[in-house]
Design a binder for this molecule. Structure first.
Ligand SMILES: [Zn+2]
Ligand SMILES: [Zn+2]
Length: 604
């Protein structure tokens, strides 16, 4: 992915461009011998690459450079452009000792990218740089305190490891100080809440080199999160008329030839395993073909439709090593999958029921406003060959569902599944970047490839439409989002430890064990802190682990059979009879209360 941005006209682009020149000018004041490489605007700011001849800048130099930049801004230096014929430009740059720039100027000329054989140079004050622009009119137009030098990292000239290592100075820059501060605050929050960091701190999952990259091992705490989501999904799917199935994770090549995963999805699949001399087996990248086989196992009347088959299925996809990122991009995943087989006239209402399910889940999880993208086919060859009319009909159905349900969406050509149009649910992360959480697809291809039929009211055989949906996404993706959204503080119903019982002294240990046994028998995840730490340390430990409920037991509580209830992040605490507290806890679990978001109130 390129870090440069292309909107040449907007103020932010000009600002970042201009600031890159101002920074290079300031750097040359401190290091007159520095060689300049590239210095483009990027998301969140800009950078400039320098060769300091083996004596790189330190972080401590950044403040000095920042001060010098402020002085340059005060001088209101004009940005003046002039064009220079290529040979002269190369000579000037070489004479000035700017070898990297000279090399690039020559390359622009050789590849015909120097328009009319000239290159443009911008000068502000004593500083000149070869650059396409555009820039501000003068340095004084840089808004006050809108930038901050961020960090220094190593980089190679043109990304080539055989060339010298350069120093890249990154800077943040926004339209004004408020936007800059906002970004810095959001970035800090995102770093604190990074699911990789919290995943380790809260013992949720583990990546082990010997097991392999992108293959998470879910630890007991993380497994609780998975199972609570699954339990919930199973209840909702049961109520919505789904039937559960269970199918294997490896399968014969023939199945994927029929489905078209070979060759249309081959890039995301692992190499085949030879089995029993003549056979080849694949790890499955999707659950669909197995479900189609189950639908096909016996004849169906129109009266039975829709048939909704669901499974939390393990799938395996090949992702490039470099693209793997914590739980967000993995090679083994478990998906909240289902396939709905329905008649033409049922497609719209089934699609709507699925969209309602998304709304219900995302509302409950407090995932905020999601954005919807309708991904369509295009003329490229990456879609199973099928006629244009079927594509258009299917795309129209999905478009109409979204429209009739007042769901705002954007269309994107060429992003459809290889067997039909899909709706991508996009959620914005803490840094404002959009990620696809899950998809819902309308498939008009597989029924034909698998020869799936049902008998209609007239006794004729018909092809069903198939909906593929996974509202709760994969456990891996969904849980990575939830960890960051909640900052690791899960609601009571999901939390790995739901209640931490903290006896004030050893004298209350017996009472603590008695209460814990009652909760444990009632299937609550409860722990008694019987360590020899001080009382305050015990409370701090429970808070550090973001345990939603702390029950403090002192002399008084033991005598009157009560608990003093303190909830995560709420300073307020209340003493409550144990029986009342127990019932309140059961109610929170049953209702899946979001006590990590809202003050659901402590019982009196
Ligand atoms: Zn520039
Ligand atoms: Zn599917």
């Amino acid at each position: 992915m390129s870090e440069t941005i292309a909107q040449a006209d907007d103020f932010l682009y000009k600002l970042r461009h201009s600031l890159a020149h101002i920074m290079a000018e300031a750097v040359l004041e401190v290091r007159p011998d520095a060689k300049l490489a590239f210095g483009p605007p990027v998301d969140f700011g800009f950078y400039y690459d320098f060769d300091f001849g083996g004596q790189p800048l330190g972080e401590a130099d950044l403040t000095d450079i920042e001060n010098r930049m402020r002085a340059i801004i005060k001088r209101r230096e004009l940005f003046e452009c002039r064009t220079v014929p290529v040979p002269e430009a190369v000579k000037q740059l070489a004479d000035a000792g700017q070898g990297y720039k000279a090399e690039y100027a020559q390359e622009l000329a050789d590849t015909g990218k120097a328009s009319e054989g000239t290159l443009s140079f911008y000068t502000n004050g004593p500083f000149t740089d070869m650059c396409e622009g555009p820039h501000l009119e003068h340095t004084g137009q840089v808004p006050k305190a809108c930038f901050k030098l961020d960090r220094i990292s190593g980089s190679y000239w043109r990304g080539d490891e055989k060339r010298p290592m350069l120093s890249r100075v990154y800077a943040l820059a926004f339209e004004d100080k408020v936007k800059l501060d906002d970004y810095i605050a959001r970035r800090k929050l995102a770093q604190e809440r990074d699911h990789r960091k919290l995943g380790t701190e809260l013992d949720l999952y583990l990546m082990d080199e010997e097991v392999g990259v992108g293959l998470p091992l879910w630890m007991p705490n993380g497994t609780v999160l998975r199972e609570e989501l699954e339990k919930w999904a199973k209840e909702e799917e049961f109520r919505a008329g789904y039937q559960r199935v269970s199918t294997p994770a490896i399968t014969r090549k023939e199945l994927y030839l029929r489905s078209g995963h070979l060759p249309y999805y081959a890039d995301s699949m692992y190499p085949p395993m030879p089995v029993d001399e003549h056979d080849e087996y694949y790890l499955r990248p999707m659950n669909c073909p197995h479900h189609h086989k189950i639908f096909d196992a016996r004849p169906h009347s129109y009266r039975e439709l829709p048939v909704r088959l669901c499974e939390y299925g393990n799938t395996y996809r090949y992702e490039k090593h470099g693209s793997l990122a914590g739980l967000l991009r993995v090679r083994a995943m478990c998906m909240n999958d289902a396939h709905i087989y329905c008649a033409d006239e049922q497609v719209k209402s089934e699609f709507e029921r699925v969209i309602d399910m998304y709304k219900n889940y995302y509302g409950q999880l407090r995932m905020g406003n999601f954005r919807v993208r309708l991904s369509l086919h295009d003329e490229s060859g990456k879609f199973v060959a099928s006629d244009e009319e079927q594509w258009n009909t299917s795309e129209d159905i999905v478009r109409r569902v979204l429209h009739d349900n007042a769901i705002a969406f954007e269309e994107e050509k060429g992003e459809a599944a290889f067997y039909g149009p899909k709706v991508d649910i996009q959620v914005t992360n803490l840094l404002g970047r959009e990620e696809t959480v899950s998809t819902c697809q309308l498939d008009f291809v597989m029924a034909e490839r698998f020869n799936l039929t049902y008998v209609d009211a007239k006794g004729d055989r018909q092809r069903p439409y198939i909906l593929h949906r996974a509202p709760l996404s994969t456990h891996e993706r969904m849980i990575s989002f939830l960890i960051e959204l909640y900052g690791g503080a899960f609601p009571t119903w999901m939390a790995p430890v739901q209640v931490k019982i903290v006896p004030v002294s050893e004298e209350q240990l017996e009472y603590a064990s008695k209460i814990a046994a009652i909760l444990h028998h009632d299937l609550f995840r409860v722990q008694v802190d019987d360590t020899h730490e001080t009382f305050n340390k015990k409370i701090r430990n429970a808070v550090t682990h973001k345990i939603p409920n702390i029950w403090i037991l002192g002399k008084k509580e033991a005598e009157e059979s009560s608990v003093t209830w303190r909830r995560y992040c709420i300073k307020e605490q209340k003493t409550t009879p144990f029986d009342v507290a127990h019932v309140a806890l059961q109610k929170m679990r049953l209702e899946r209360a979001m006590d990590n978001f809202e003050d659901v109130g402590l019982p009196l």
